[in-house]
Design a protein around this ligand. Structure first.
Ligand SMILES: [Zn+2]
Length: 247
């Protein structure tokens, strides 16, 4: 299949992926992997900006992240529900792009859409492997569903060193001028939303530094795998550690 992707990152809204795992996606694209982003909604319930503006910003961010696939589905913002109709929309994306890895938000989260996105994508990834669920496409199941971190922490299964791509991640976030703070402008706190304040943008940088510090890197992005992970060669795997002091 021509259009296949190595990794497909799902999110509830256009801009979630940029905040939470863009450093990893940019890193993987630089390594030559095909990456993709699928937002379940167009973000039309957002307090700031308009869906049209957000779509433009989304296209700019996709260019910065160098993703091969950038999709916005038509599930209504503010009412992402885990039902068969929505599962089929996601199954169609998975079968179209056949990602080895699917990324989705960690299920414990502040915004109900994100928690519902987590469960919906996990279940759709499973059902996508069932031949008798007919979408007119060959059935296909990704190797792994991996969760990225939003507001609520988990103990990461692994942390990706994103020191080299963190600057581009921040650029991808800042093209969402309708959503996030531009440090060159004075902030009007009368129009504050949780994600638009200068403090929020600083917290993204601080979290990148915090998780980077855990692996001896400048910046890191944490991920969770629900199942135990198989390693064929622990020596080769752990020889990759350049910061030997972390025991
Ligand atoms: Zn969101």
């Amino acid at each position: 299949m021509e259009q296949s992707c190595d990794v497909l990152a799902f999110s509830a809204h256009p801009d979630d992926v940029e905040l939470m795992c863009a450093g990893t996606l940019i890193k993987l694209a630089r390594k030559g992997y095909k990456t993709g982003v699928v937002s379940l909604t167009a973000g039309e319930m957002g307090t700031r900006g308009t869906p049209e503006l957000r779509q433009k910003e989304n296209e700019q961010a996709a260019k910065i992240m160098n993703v091969s696939v950038n999709r916005i589905l038509d599930i209504p913002d503010g009412s992402i529900e885990n039902n068969r109709k929505n599962q089929l929309k996601i199954i169609k994306e998975i079968r179209e792009y056949r990602p080895k890895i699917v990324l989705t938000p960690y299920w414990e989260t502040r915004h109900p859409d994100h928690g519902n996105c987590s469960l919906l994508v996990r279940q759709a990834a499973f059902f996508s492997g069932l031949k008798n669920i007919d979408t007119g496409q060959p059935h296909y199941r990704p190797t792994k569903v991996i969760y990225y971190m939003e507001l609520y922490d988990f103990k990461p299964s692994f942390i990706v060193d994103v020191s080299d791509t963190f600057e581009d991640k921040i650029k991808a976030i800042q093209v969402y001028a309708s959503q996030f703070h531009n440090p060159e402008k004075e902030y009007d706190y009368r129009e504050a939303t949780y994600i638009s304040t200068p403090e929020f943008l600083r917290s993204i940088i601080a979290r990148g530094e915090y998780w980077g510090n855990k692996i001896g890197a400048h910046y890191g992005e944490p991920f969770l795998v629900r199942e135990p992970m198989k390693l064929n060669d622990p020596i080769a795997h752990f020889s990759d550690y350049t910061f030997a002091g972390l025991l």
